[in-house]
Design a protein around this ligand. Structure first.
Ligand code: PEP
Length: 255
């Protein structure tokens, strides 16, 4: 049984004060939820403050990106040991906005994933096709390539330490969520790919999140799918009521 995981990606939203306000509201509404991983990924500047606020709570901290080197002359970058010391347990890697706007490649995703694991962070590796690729029918080929290059030479026993986020680019921030069937089809493909490359029992342990316009009114159908283990939530994570509603539906779909 895979533990569900919901992560909120705040992107470049909220000042520290606004972030603290949101965290207080989330703590109040989510404090008693167990058997689910709840992760917040605020901007870098907020991490240490929010880590303090989340101490001894059931909400975990993640970052939105990292550099693959531990330290060095990389002005403006943040490394895995720095994230670790700021209180992070998770880090997003290869988000489509990083790929589209900031030159992230499958090669840098691989280097970041390796560094995250070596430094005790859980990478949430984002993959997914854009609209043109979906229309051209190359979604599975693209997802395979992204997986192959990101996980290259990953030791099988480390597979369960990573989380995969399937995020169709056409669904991110667009309000156009993938249908539950579309999501399940690709999630199943990803698990089959993992099974082919690492064996069925290891593949069964990997959590695969869906991301792309998740909202309280569409999460139930998505989480009911056999291979959907949670969600990576952008816009709806900026509003306490929406994010809490999503978390609660995933925790207890019958509620
Ligand atoms: C995201 O940024 O990963 C995302 C899924 O955004 P949204 O929920 O706003 O589509």
């Amino acid at each position: 049984m895979r533990k569900p995981i919901i992560a909120g990606n705040w992107k470049m939203h909220k000042t520290i004060e606004e972030g603290e306000k949101l965290v207080n509201l989330l703590k109040r509404q989510l404090y008693d939820l167990e058997d689910i991983d709840i992760v917040l990924c605020p901007p870098f500047t907020h991490l240490a403050y929010i880590a303090d606020m989340l101490e001894s709570s059931n909400i975990l901290l993640g970052a939105q990106d990292m550099h693959w080197e531990d330290e060095g002359a990389y002005t403006g970058e943040i490394s895995a040991p720095m994230l670790k010391s700021a209180g992070c347990k998770f880090v997003l890697i290869g988000h489509s906005e990083r790929r589209q706007l900031f030159g992230e490649t499958n090669e840098t995703v691989h280097k970041k994933l390796t560094s995250a694991l070596n430094n005790g962070l859980t990478p949430i590796v984002c993959i997914g096709e854009n609209l043109k690729q979906r229309e051209e029918g190359v979604t599975f080929a693209l997802v395979s390539e992204q997986l192959e290059l990101a996980l290259k030479a990953l030791q099988p026993e480390r597979l369960k330490e990573i989380i995969i986020a399937y995020e169709p680019v056409w669904a991110i921030g667009s309000g156009k969520v993938a249908s539950s069937e579309q999501a399940q089809e690709v999630h199943r493909y990803i698990r089959d790919w993992l099974s082919k490359n690492y064996g069925l029992s290891l593949a069964q342990e990997v959590r695969i999140q869906y991301g792309g316009s998740v909202k309280p009114d569409n999460i139930a159908g998505l989480i009911a799918q056999a291979d959907v283990d949670g969600a990576l939530v952008g816009g709806s994570s900026l509003d306490a009521d929406s994010f809490c509603a999503i978390v609660k539906i995933v925790r207890d779909p019958t509620s």
